[in-house]
Design a protein around this ligand. Structure first.
Ligand SMILES: *Cc1c(COP(=O)(O)O)cnc(C)c1O
Length: 394
């Protein structure tokens, strides 16, 4: 029982892991050091073991660092897991999690709308080590479970995905996977720990791109992983120590600062996301809006079961599929800037084509990230861009 158990999440986020106020400083210092020195040989020896939940002397910043440690304790708590580690990017955390689960000859089942580079890692990179992947739509649990083979070692989930926001039934998938000894990995970047805790539904390893909501200010590239202490110990000794995808102290400190405002930022993104999504439904240029927060979201029941909210990310399919006009729409936007990523203060737009399982052709979809600007300014920007681009109406 920890002293934090009786506190609310927001209180835990502010204080957990920061019990030592170095020289009385209310905010922690950045421990910008590559190595740690020791009083004597026995302390030095202890520092070589970075496993287990109790605090040990630090040894080398590729394995652990006090600035990272504070953040990792908060993140583990926020995701209802025993242990957390931050990585140099979301992809560093994702690739480490997958490699921890597989060996030569293993098979993975993955959701076809997962993050693009994750898909490339599974589809194009891992086959060179004899690891193969079956991609499934994942709209019903049988889709995922029917793809399991005797050599399946991991199921890779992303619920919701970050373009079409398809959900997977986590509880059903994870209970079957666990009974068969298959590890489940879930990319929870869309929801952040504020709106969804996959561990509550039986997910084994949770990964995040902290470049998105956790950092929250578009000023760091970082990743995070949360899992059991036992699994994390193995990952620390192998994928973290040997592949070396650690985060540096300064971006960890920026993430620590970002995480303090995560609960209030997520509320703001939810509000503006729902506002813009509902408005888009009424625009004659829009064929379809993809957003889990809409009452018309096709997986509404699963959304209500698994998630406590939806964020600022959404997409829509224009009625007019003419590439030149869609590009003209994106070019006409003034507040929404053209750019990848999301989760920061600024609104962003990416026009892209999608061809997921279940669609018989490639379609243009416009993804919008709704940032922390004034919501009515965002609507005005979208409306003037529709008018200037001259997209066909339904
Ligand atoms: C951005 C992103 C990643 C990759 O994270 P990086 O920090 O860019 O490596 C993974 N998953 C999702 C859903 C993302 O949006």
């Amino acid at each position: 029982m920890s002293r934090y158990d009786r506190l609310g999440l927001e209180s835990q986020i502010q204080h957990l892991g920061e019990e030592e106020h170095v020289l009385g400083a209310v905010t922690p210092p950045i421990f910008q050091t590559s190595l740690f020195v020791h009083e004597d040989c026995s302390a030095f020896e202890k520092s070589f073991d970075a496993t287990g939940a109790e605090r040990k002397p630090h040894n080398y910043s590729r394995i652990s660092n006090p600035t990272l440690d504070m953040l990792e304790r908060k993140l583990a708590r926020m995701e209802h897991c025993e242990a957390g580690k931050v990585f140099g990017s979301g992809m560093a955390a994702i690739s480490a999690a997958i490699m921890h689960c597989v060996e030569s000859g293993s098979h993975v089942v993955a959701i076809d709308t997962c993050y693009g580079p994750t898909r490339m890692f599974l589809e194009e990179y891992l086959p060179k080590f004899g690891v193969t992947t079956t991609f499934v739509a994942g709209l019903c649990p049988e889709d995922v479970l029917d793809a399991i083979r005797p050599e399946t070692k991991a199921i890779y989930l992303e619920s919701p995905g970050s373009i079409l926001f398809r959900l997977q039934d986590l509880e059903t998938i994870c209970s079957t996977a666990r009974a068969k000894g298959i590890a489940t990995i879930h990319d929870n970047s869309y929801s952040s720990p504020i709106f969804q805790n996959p561990a509550d539904f039986g997910v084994d390893i949770i990964v995040h791109s902290a470049s998105k909501y956790l950092g929250g200010h578009s000023d760091i590239v970082a990743g995070a992983m949360m899992t059991s202490q036992e699994r994390m110990d193995a990952i620390i000794q192998h994928e973290l120590a040997l592949l070396g995808g650690i985060l540096a102290p300064f971006p960890a400190w920026l993430m620590l600062r970002g995480v303090r405002t995560l609960p209030i930022r997520m509320k703001a993104h939810q509000e503006v996301g729902n506002f813009v999504a509902n408005w888009l439904l009424d625009q004659p240029e829009v064929a379809q809006v993809f957003h889990p927060g809409l009452p018309t979201f096709p997986q509404r029941e699963l959304f209500t079961k698994q998630m406590r909210g939806s964020g600022g990310l959404l997409s829509f399919e224009p009625v007019d599929q003419d590439e030149a006009k869609i590009r003209a729409f994106a070019d006409a936007l003034e507040l929404y800037q053209l750019g990848v990523s999301w989760g920061g203060f600024e609104s962003l737009c990416v026009p892209l084509t999608m061809h997921p399982i279940g669609w018989n052709e490639r379609r243009w979809v416009v993804r919008l990230f709704n940032g922390l600007e004034t919501p009515t300014d965002l609507l005005a920007d979208l409306r003037q861009a529709f008018d200037r681009a001259g997209l066909a109406k339904r």
